[in-house]
Structures are given as structure tokens and as C-alpha cells.
Design a protein around this ligand. Structure first.
Ligand SMILES: *Cc1c(COP(=O)(O)O)cnc(C)c1O
Length: 229
């Protein structure tokens, strides 16, 4: 099989899993995490019906975006930022980014808000939460999120669309499931207290744990290895 045929087959398998595991498959979006791959593989994913690309480095997402800007599919691609975003790099993505998954501090949110205001746009974001409290992970702890939430919701050029998390890498299915149910419950609580139901997205699930995430209500799964290898 050619590289593109393999990518197509992998994406089809994931789409079948979405139907099989998600209670609401029509709500689920697949982000093809393209941080490991180049243009040819990205074209393969696009041609297989997956136009959402997730990247975790500003320099790389810019270069790839520039490439696709000179192709006929440029307006059909959605760009998601999924990595740790430094404040001073916001300016390099703000004019085209469709969703930032990884807002993890107030200073970053303020910068996104300010830059979006300058462009007369709003920016869609998810709040990244470190549900398990693992030290090595990026993201708000639940406690630190509650400390900043009232300041966060004041930022008028930000649309908070939901929450994102990464489960620890583990074989312990119960623990992983606990992380995903924790995120779902946190979203429910935040919706009741602050967002009036406007938080609709749960970005959770990667190659190793996306089936569990789907069962627990993921609306966005972020998959790299399973698509591209
Ligand atoms: C790399 C990455 C993924 C995809 O990981 P795979 O295990 O290759 O599917 C998803 N989310 C984030 C935040 C990542 O950095």
C-alpha cells in the first residue's frame, strides 16, 4: 500500500471507532496531529476526508500554513494549536488559528484577547486542565483554574468552547477513564456556574486512549501515531 492508502485506511478505522464507542458520534471531530509528519502525509489526511490539523510548535504550524496558502485547499483546512503556547508567539498564529486547545494561564489568555481585539476578531479556545494532577503535565490544576476563572471570563475577545486534557501515559484503564470523567464533570460544573452551557467541547483522547475518551464523551480526539504510522 502507498503511504496515502495507509493513512486513508487508518482514518477510516478511527471513524468506525467513533461510531462504535461514542454515545454521540455526530458530535465528534478528529484532529489529525501532524507534528511528526510533512506535507505529503498532511495531503493524505486531507484527501481521506480529514481537514483539521493539530500542531504543537508555532514555527512549524506557520511553515505548514504558508505552504498550504498557495494551494487550492487553503480555505478548507482548519488549524488547531495543541501545544504549550508562549505568550510572545501568539502574534504568529492569531490571524488564522481556528482553535487553541492549550490555554493554561491567565497571562496567555490576556495576550490572546489583546491580539484578537487588535484584529477585530474573537479567538476560540479550550482551557487545558491537568485533571490527574501529575507534576510533569502542562495545564491548569482544577484549583488553579478556579482561582483565575473570574478573570478569564472577563476577556471579551475569547470564546471558551470547552476543556482539553491529556491522560497520563499508562496501562491503567480505570485511572485513564477517571481522568476523562473528571474533565466531563468539570465542564458541566463550569457550564452551570460561568458559561451558561456555551462550553460544548471535550478535547480528550490520543492514539493510546481515544476509545476510552470516546466512551466518556470526547467531542474532539487528537490523533497522530495511529494515523501516520
Ligand atoms: C502528540 C500529541 C497528540 C497525539 O499523540 P498520538 O499519541 O501520536 O496520537 C495529541 N495531543 C497532544 C497535545 C499531543 O502533543
Amino acid at each position: 500500500m502507498s503511504k496515502k492508502d495507509i493513512i486513508r485506511k487508518n482514518i477510516e478505522e478511527i471513524k468506525e471507532d467513533i461510531e462504535k464507542y461514542s454515545p454521540q458520534p455526530e458530535k465528534v471531530k478528529l484532529v489529525a496531529v501532524t507534528k511528526y509528519v510533512g506535507i505529503e502525509e498532511m495531503e493524505g489526511a486531507f484527501e481521506a476526508g480529514n481537514p483539521i490539523f493539530g500542531e504543537n510548535r508555532v514555527q512549524v504550524i506557520r511553515e505548514k500554513k504558508e505552504h498550504f496558502d498557495s494551494t487550492p485547499i487553503k480555505d478548507d483546512i482548519q488549524w488547531h494549536f495543541i501545544g504549550n503556547l508562549q505568550k510572545n508567539k501568539v502574534k504568529y498564529i492569531i490571524d488564522y488559528i481556528d482553535l487553541v486547545h492549550s490555554v493554561n494561564k491567565l497571562s496567555l489568555a490576556k495576550e490572546l484577547d489583546k491580539r484578537a481585539a487588535q484584529l477585530g476578531r474573537t479567538v476560540e479556545v479550550l482551557l487545558e486542565v491537568n485533571v490527574s494532577g501529575e507534576e510533569s503535565k502542562e495545564g491548569y490544576t482544577v484549583e488553579s483554574l478556579y482561582k483565575e476563572i473570574e478573570e478569564l471570563v472577563k476577556l471579551k475577545n475569547i470564546r471558551y468552547r470547552g476543556l482539553m486534557t491529556m491522560a497520563p501515559y499508562s496501562e491503567d484503564e480505570k485511572m485513564i477513564r477517571g481522568v476523562f470523567t473528571g474533565l466531563r464533570e468539570l465542564k458541566k460544573e463550569l457550564n452551570e456556574r460561568y458559561f451558561e452551557g456555551h462550553m460544548t467541547e471535550l478535547s480528550m483522547g490520543m492514539t493510546n486512549d481515544y476509545k476510552i475518551a470516546l466512551e466518556e464523551g470526547a467531542t474532539i480526539i487528537r490523533i497522530g501515531s495511529k494515523i501516520f504510522s
